[in-house]
Each structure stands twice: as structure tokens, then as C-alpha cells.
Write a protein that binds this ligand. Sequence first.
Ligand code: OAD
Length: 244
Amino acid sequence: MAEWETIQGWLAEAERVVVLTGAGISAESGVPTFRGAGGLWRQHRPEDLATPEAFARGPRLVWEWYDWRRARVAKAEPNPGHLALAQLERRVPDFTLITQNVDGLHQRAGSQRVLKLHGDIWTLHCLGCGLEETNHDVPLREIPPRCSCGGLFRPGVIWFGEALPADVLRHAMEAAAHAQVFLVVGTSAVVQPAASLPLLAQQNGAKLVEINLEETPLSAQADASFWGKAGELLPRLLEAAVKP
Ligand code: OAD
């Protein structure tokens, strides 16, 4: 297991860095995670709210839940973890941030190149005409929202049982396969295909570094795992890498 200073050195020297984030990085901003204590999947069953079948059965119920989540996210601010990653992007020549989060907090922290594996909670997708629209209304003006074509809007996120956007996944896999350092932050690493990206990177020679509150299925394989809050650990770990 590599030491803290060694990892700081890897991150400071690497020219190709990929970071994969999950709900844990936004936890300190007040956005609930999915699993674990207080997680969304403790209070609701995913199949009731986050599948195409659930939406077909009850678009109003699904939209009420997303309206509530959008309100939570709208009140949240990026935390030092998001900000440290935005700084890292400015220093590393070939940097890719892959996120499973739909909250947009990385972009608000200043990250420019973000691969959104699971979509965006601020995007609406019309089931009638296919229009994609950015919408920041909190609360929504009508539930369920409708497109000007009369069609029903669905949230522009990926649900269970749905394929990820092919081009986004392809870019993520390419970046992973070329990374020198692959940093995984705040994900339980149980949802595929996101969870396989760190291993793809490691098989192709990347050092795999994890930050989480607790062990995950990746921990046994990681070159280093650091246990603690992303908002506290990331700025310290990246100190040397983002130094002007
Ligand atoms: P999870 O809720 O499954 O996992 C959050 C992880 O973050 C856990 O491993 C926590 O230990 C860790 N964690 C919590 N607070 C933290 C903190 N302050 N600092 C560091 N780590 C912290 O969230 P994801 O792994 O993102 O998919 O979940 C993956 C996908 O499952 C989501 O994108 C969503 C969900 O169902 C879809 O909606 C398609």
C-alpha cells in the first residue's frame, strides 16, 4: 500500500489523470447519497422511482421526487472537494473527470471537461419530439412538465435498466485506458459500468487511488485507499499537484 506522500508525488507528476466521482463527493454539500445511512435507497425502492417502468406507471410521482431532489441540489454549494478537482484540471495537461452525479456541482465548481455518465438533473427530455432542454425551475411550474409539442418530459438522467450514452461511455473508457493515475472518490463502486472503469485503468497500467469513508469492492485492488471525507482529504492530497 503506497504512502500519502508517494501518491501526492504521482498526482503532481502525472500528465494523464482520470477522476471518477460518485454521490459521496457531494455529501458534504448536503446532497443525499444513495446507499448507506440516510441514503435515498434507504427511504425509497429504486424500482418505484428510477426505472422507465416506474415513470410509465406514474410520471407525477417520479417527477415529484425529482422536483424535491432538484430543490435540494439548488440549495447546495460546491465543497472543497469539488473545488480541488477543478483546480487539478487546470494543472494536468490531459485530465478527465467522469462523474456518476447528476447534480452539476462539479461544473459549478469550475470543472470544464466533465463526462456525465448518468445524465443531468437539470435536463428535461421530451418523449414526444426528443427535445433536450435545460430547465432550472425550482419548483417546476407543472408536474409532470410538458414540452411545447404536447409531449411528456422525462428527467434527463439514466435509470436502472437503461444504457449509458454510448459516446460518453466510450470517452470514459478511452480516458481510463490511458490514465497514469486513476482517482476514485465517493462512490460505492457497485453500479456498472462505472464501477469497472477503475479496473480497466489499472489493467492498463494506471495507479489506482481511492478516497471514501469506508471500504468498497475496489479497496482490495487499489494501490492506495484513504478513508475520510472527500472535502477534507482531496484538497490536502492535491496540494502539491495544484501548486502554482
Ligand atoms: P452511493 O450512495 O452508492 O455511494 C456513496 C459512497 O460515498 C459510499 O461508498 C460512501 O461511503 C461514500 N461517501 C459518503 N460520504 C462521503 C464523503 N463525505 N467523502 C467521501 N466518501 C463519502 O453513490 P454512487 O456510488 O454515486 O445511479 O451510486 C452510483 C449510482 O447508484 C448513482 O449514480 C445512482 C445510484 O443508483 C443512477 O441513478 C443511475
